[in-house]
Design a protein around this ligand. Structure first.
Ligand code: ZN
Ligand code: FE
Length: 248
């Protein structure tokens, strides 16, 4: 695996990522939740940031673009929507490729949380950065798109190889799990919840996850099996609305 992923928490519940192609030494940061923390971490590692890859426009994902650019003169890459709020050098969309040294990322449109949300998928590395589209046992709130759009986005992610490692932008897993067990009584989910509680009790991250694990236990991936709705997108909409109204 020529890709080293350095993950660290910042803000209240975000994860920041410094990602290095070991073959070339090139470094990307996935989103810019907290420029100060990312700069400090990169300096501690002795890494120079070459590339910023934004998943969507929200301030906890692109708010640090200007400061990162100022410090590293890095290239800012992201969906067009970022440019309406924060600096951006290069607009990418579905089907585009971004290279980090020897590693190729495919851009996947996963709109729904925001209209232009994208994910960065490195098929050769079996790695995807999913921003606020997918979380362990959860998915992003549908702020700008429709449930149909979000369901299509989640379905694209669900179709990736099960061993694909998915890195989310927040640590929301305990809260997601508390909701999940109210709509899914499967032993697989109950067992996973026990593991998650133990992981968090040790203060360790529950991110990353894998596509296969989410297919097994994520109630949003499993919406058609958990709902009486026959239309999968409506089943998803029902579970999403239940989570939005859930007072854990
Ligand atoms: Zn967001
Ligand atoms: Fe976020």
């Amino acid at each position: 695996m020529p890709l080293t992923v350095h993950q660290f928490p910042c803000l209240s519940d975000n994860y920041a990522y410094l990602v290095r192609d070991d073959a070339s030494g090139k470094v990307a940061t996935i989103d810019t939740p907290d420029a100060e923390a990312i700069i400090r971490e990169a300096e501690n590692l002795g890494w120079n940031v070459d590339l910023v890859l934004n998943t969507h426009w929200h301030p906890d994902h692109a708010g640090g673009n200007a400061a990162l650019k100022e410090r590293f003169a890095c290239e800012l890459v992201g969906p067009a929507e970022v440019k309406e709020h924060f600096p951006l050098d290069r607009i990418v969309g579905d089907g585009d490729q971004v290279t980090l040294g020897t590693v190729r990322f495919d851009v996947l449109d996963t709109g729904g949380h925001t209209l232009g949300h994208i994910c960065y998928y490195a098929p050769e590395e079996a790695t995807i950065f999913v921003g606020d589209t997918l979380f362990p046992l959860g998915c992003g709130r549908v702020f700008e798109g429709t449930p149909q759009q979000m369901w299509a986005s989640l379905s694209r992610l669900a179709a990736l190889p099960p061993e694909t490692v998915a890195w989310s932008a927040h640590e929301y897993t305990l809260a997601n799990g508390r909701f999940a067990v109210t709509v899914d009584s499967s032993p697989a989910l109950a067992e996973r919840m026990r593991q998650i509680e133990a992981t968090r009790a040790r203060g360790e991250p529950t991110v990353p996850t894998t596509i296969g694990e989410e297919r097994r236990t994520n109630p949003f991936f499993r919406a058609p099996e958990l709902s009486n709705e026959t239309d999968p997108a409506l089943a998803f909409a029902e579970i999403r609305a239940a989570k939005d109204n859930f007072k854990g």
